[in-house]
Structure formats: structure tokens, C-alpha cells
Write a protein that binds this ligand. Structure first.
Ligand SMILES: [Cu+2]
Length: 194
């Protein structure tokens, strides 16, 4: 079953919306795949963004990890002012606990804890600090490279998408506001989480 996704192109179109092609190429290009070099977090929106869904893939590459995000259902952009933060672009991080319990619907996903910060760095240089997600009518796609972890280091942690941009400065969490969506990182071949 594990080789199915590599050997059988017809498997790919059966993946749900948004997951059809990019992840396939992303995974295909990984050279000699093994069960331990690709992880995925299936993102689900909480009460503040119920339409949000998508995937974040992590792939070991020389010197670090390539991250690919494909997200839909982000809320419309709203500019901020002195008293309130803008909605979007969206802060995006690995958080330390793999627990996507919603909890308080007005302040969801607190169970995921704070930013994953294994080397005790100031915010802006946490291992779990990512670039912000830019919405294009609700859709964001982004690929980036980080040398701050390998896939095996992040299994069982959570990916969080926030309502507001990260300022990469406010300690400890970047002032990125409430948590729109959460997904737990797992090895891809432990089974697709959707
Ligand atoms: Cu965060």
C-alpha cells in the first residue's frame, strides 16, 4: 500500500479538493522516498474560520526541510488600525503540543501551546516560526525552506494558522492574534489524515 502513491497516478485524483497535483509532484520529487522523510498536517478551521481547510507538507531535503502549504477558506482581509490588528496576512507556526482541541470557541486551539522553540530562541528565530500566509481570495499557497528542523523533529506537533500577521518581534508569540486553524503533524505514510 505504501508504494501506491508512487506507482499509481490514478490514485492522485481521488484525493480531496486542493490536494490533487501539487503534493504529488512535491512527493514525487523527493528522490528515494522512505516512510520517514515526508510528513503532513491536515489543517481544519475552528469556529473563527469554519471554511478553512488544507494541507501542509514537510519534506526532508539536504540541509533542512522544504515546507509546502496549500490552504483554502481563509477569511477576507481587513485592514487594522491603532486599536485592532488586521485580519491577514496570517501568522503561521509550529506549536509545541499536538493537541487541536478547540476549547474556548472565542479563543480556540489554546491546547496547542506556544510556539515550538526547542533551542530557546527569541521570537522571530523560533524553529517553528514560518513566513506569513498571504490569502488570494481565501487561497494561500506557499513553499519555503527552513534549516531549523528535519521532518522527524516535528512529528506530533501542531501547525497553527492565526488571524493576524506575525510581527516576528513581540515575545513570545508574535502578536499574531487568535488561532483560526490547527493540524497535527504526522508521517505521511501513517495514512492520509483526510
Ligand atoms: Cu502560532
Amino acid at each position: 500500500m505504501r508504494n501506491f502513491f508512487y506507482s499509481h497516478p490514478f490514485a492522485v485524483p481521488f484525493l480531496p479538493f486542493g490536494y490533487r497535483y501539487e503534493p504529488y509532484h512535491f512527493i514525487q520529487s523527493s528522490g528515494s522516498p522512505s516512510s520517514k522523510n515526508i510528513a503532513v498536517a491536515c489543517m481544519r478551521g475552528g469556529p473563527l474560520a469554519p471554511d478553512l481547510k488544507g494541507v501542509v507538507y514537510f519534506k526532508d531535503v539536504p540541509g533542512g526541510t522544504e515546507v509546502y502549504a496549500n490552504i483554502s477558506g481563509l477569511p477576507p482581509y481587513l485592514p487594522g488600525d491603532k486599536n485592532k490588528d488586521p485580519i491577514g496576512p496570517h501568522g503561521f507556526h509550529i506549536h509545541e503540543k499536538g493537541d487541536c482541541t478547540v476549547g474556548n470557541p472565542e479563543d480556540p486551539f489554546r491546547a496547542a501551546g506556544e510556539h515550538w522553540n526547542p533551542t530557546n530562541q527569541p521570537h522571530g528565530n523560533h524553529a517553528g516560526d514560518f513566513p506569513v500566509l498571504f490569502s488570494n481570495d481565501g487561497i494561500a499557497r506557499m513553499t519555503f525552506f527552513t534549516n531549523k528542523f528535519k521532518v522527524q523533529d516535528i512529528i506530533g506537533k501542531a501547525v497553527i494558522i492565526h488571524q493576524s500577521p506575525d510581527d516576528y518581534r513581540t515575545q513570545p508569540a508574535g502578536d499574531a492574534g487568535k488561532r483560526l486553524a490547527c493540524g497535527i503533524i504526522q508521517y505521511f505514510f501513517d495514512g492520509l489524515p483526510f
